[in-house]
Design a protein. Structure first.
Length: 264
């Protein structure tokens, strides 16, 4: 088939749209169960932690301190060098060091009955697996998100288990092994990853369902608003004062932006 301008755009859009539909529709019962747990945790003013290495850390960012989100979300951002932009080489090495799980969890001290999302597309790197194991040992509810197909063919960990063997809830992003989604005809290569988009879809589906559960029960809704919306500063201020006591990454007050006065 001869390439036509726009073919690549349409192909990726079609593939990832189909994938999102499969992810949600095939797991709606499971997602609802997880969302109900999330609502219970938010109601108790407890915390939902998130962990991912490499590109998976973007899904921790997706859930944290953004418009339309909730302030109970705590990314496990330590050490910073687990993130690719600090050092791709070091990040790739450290995500295979399971012993780092213990000081990371000690730093944040998750409590029994709180929740942890672990994002790992292949489910086979040692650090995410050990984080999940140790968090469950401490009584934390653990949700794993990644590709079941990828996990089937990924190398065995030195721990002897993969992520989906050691979590309370396993959510399949239905990605292809290797994450790159679209085949480039006659080359054997694939292009354009899907795990970030499907991971964000899963999170926002869960978040919306959890908030709907709280609203139905008449509970307060700790939803943050964009600072550029009218009344947002006042709305967010009380939430920040409350949640900064338990979320180490939150500022205790709004960020004040200085605007130029007339004539400056």
């Amino acid at each position: 088939m001869k390439y036509q301008p726009g073919d690549g755009i349409q192909r990726y859009f079609d593939e990832v749209t189909r994938l999102q539909q499969v992810v949600v529709e095939s797991q709606k019962e499971l997602l609802t169960e997880v969302a109900v747990k999330m609502a219970e945790i938010i109601r108790r003013k407890a915390r939902i932690f998130l962990f991912g290495t490499g590109h998976s850390h973007m899904l921790c960012e997706e859930a944290y301190y953004r418009a339309g989100g909730v302030l109970c979300t705590v990314p496990l951002f330590q050490p910073m060098i687990l993130q690719l932009h600090e050092s791709a080489r070091l990040s790739s090495m450290l995500e295979r060091m399971p012993e780092l799980a213990f000081p990371i969890l000690d730093e944040y001290d998750p409590q029994p009955g709180e929740m942890l999302f672990v994002y790992a597309d292949s489910g086979s790197n040692e650090l995410p697996v050990q984080i999940a194991i140790e968090a469950r040992r401490r009584g934390v509810i653990v949700v794993g998100v990644g590709s079941f197909k990828y996990a089937e063919i990924a190398p065995e960990t030195v721990i002897g288990k993969k992520l989906f063997d050691v979590v309370d809830y396993a959510i399949d992003n239905h990605g292809v092994p290797g994450d790159a989604l679209v085949e480039v005809e006659s080359t054997g290569w694939r292009v354009a990853a899907s795990s970030t988009i499907t991971g964000a879809t899963v999170w926002n589906c869960l978040l919306t369902e959890a908030v709907f559960c709280l609203h139905e029960a008449g509970e307060p809704l700790p939803i943050t608003a964009s600072f550029n919306m009218p009344g947002a500063a006042e709305h967010n201020q009380s939430l920040l004062q409350e949640w900064s006591k338990v979320n180490p990454h939150l500022p205790a007050r709004n960020i004040t932006l200085r605007r130029k006065a007339d004539g400056e």
